[in-house]
Design a protein around this ligand. Sequence first.
Ligand code: ATP
Ligand code: MG
Length: 365
Amino acid sequence: MKNEKNDEIIEQELELQEEQTQEEITQEKETQEETTPEEETTINEEDVEIKNPEKEKVGIIDLPGVGAATAEKLESVGYRDLMSVAVATPAELVDASGMSAAVAKRMIAAARASLDMDFKSGDEVLKIRETVEKISTGSDSFNELVGGGFETGAITECFGEFGSGKTQIGHILAINAQKLDENAVVVYIDTENTFRPERIQQLAEGAGLDPTKVLKNIKVARAYNSDHQMLMAEKVEELVTKQNLPVKVVVVDSLTAHFRAEFIGRGTLAERQQKLNRHMHVLLKLADLHNICVYVTNQVMAKPDMFFGDPTQAIGGHVVAHASTFRIYLRKGKKGSRVAKLIDAPNMPDGECNFYVETGGLKDV
Ligand code: ATP
Ligand code: MG
């Protein structure tokens, strides 16, 4: 049964790849036509101006150097509005569509010029902050620790040893997002095969929600390797922009397990960190552009040279540490309780709290 399912997924992917190569061939012809006349690296003002700035709905197709095929190609990989192009790097666009770096630079400049990307005053930022929602953990003391709940528009990372409650928190967020808004959609990228619909049912009942409805609003993606995981994260954008789903939470459980397993040895570290960095940026963009609460779990490794304090360290190094807005260290406490320690947050003091993982959800000690 499971094998059949795997085969199905693999086949679907193969089909997709074939389609893409076909597209690439036509695409290559297109870009050649588009770019050969004036292949320049300098960007002059006229190029940057978009064709019809007055028009209300300006799209990617209106950017300089973008033909129908390029627009379609970009759209197919998730560049659906000007903002997504404006915040992209030239290399990303080159990767996505095979266009030349010069064209990519010009496109990005034009997209930036057409959007309101100026500085915002502090009070404007405060207004934007008012759109931030806090998703409850179910435990008052845990909520207090993180300023009311896990924030939308940010990445929250929990790291800790096995059984410390990282996956449980992922499940609980999936429930509580729907408690906040019954139509909220939760995306669960499951890399370790630990998503359990039965557990969701239990927790939904504990929260007084209809388990069937809650399960319907959770989109689960099983990721089989790090590339697959990155692809699934990129696809979330489509759920929001193409299918108009009100995605409120994205869980990546575990963020680092595949990366850790696939890149072994010192020589591969740089490549792993680069990939991880790209992945974190995709997640950050999701959080930022669509006001989504991104929750990632991370493992720890033993720090052999540590003599005092806790000899464990999160995987992923600075890349994960810097990209996460909130970092929480989870460990097992006394009498089956769990301890959460906030170690990095933009506007909250570091601190600790205790809670229990119970059948119905998290409970205060
Ligand atoms: P790993 O690193 O292995 O993924 P984790 O941090 O994700 O670990 P969890 O799976 O979140 O760990 O936590 C497992 C623990 O949660 C169990 O040991 C148990 O204490 C608790 N737990 C799980 N399900 C229930 C339940 N239905 N009722 C009560 N407690 C539960
Ligand atoms: Mg887990």
